[in-house]
Design a protein around this ligand. Sequence first.
Ligand SMILES: [Fe+2]
Length: 199
Amino acid sequence: MTCYTQVDDFFPLRFLTAQDSEWDTYQPQLLEWIQNYKKENEEGRQISNRNGAWQSEDKIYDIESFDPFMQKIWSFTQSALLDYTNGLHPDEKASEVFYKGLRLHNMWINVNPKGSYNTQHIHGGCLLSGILWVQVPENSGDLTVANPQEFQMCYYSECHKTFTPQEGVLAIFPSHVPHGVEVNNNDKERISIAMNFGF
Ligand SMILES: [Fe+2]
């Protein structure tokens, strides 16, 4: 006979979404820049992108003409990172130290035309990852997020979450969380900017 039982649900997964209030002031120009850049760099690279999905080379912030967009994106991203790290540790100072230590590791562009998708993957070697959605027509593919605790009894707890993206929204989540992108069923391209952070 059990004389003592305690059930705890430890370690929730922190997933942040934030909307850029300045988004409308630079989205059309950013979209145009991405489309022009893609035309000049059609080859791209293949990682999780499948069936015609295009991914830019890494570290797009090294391209000088991207500077005006980088300033806007980085200012928005920093405020989202501050919100993400807030309360991570009971000691406020510890959360602040974590936030201040975070560095941008890399950043790249994803363009998914109709029929394309991204297989489930993780972003190894970093702590946090971000996705900024630039253009998301209807039914262009939800983000799928898998429970990283593979051993868990998923019958009772959720194994997967899906997130329908919105333009101008940035998501931030731990880099070790498996995620993917569903098939784009719209004639218009689904476009996002992905990034990684760490120490
Ligand atoms: Fe990813």
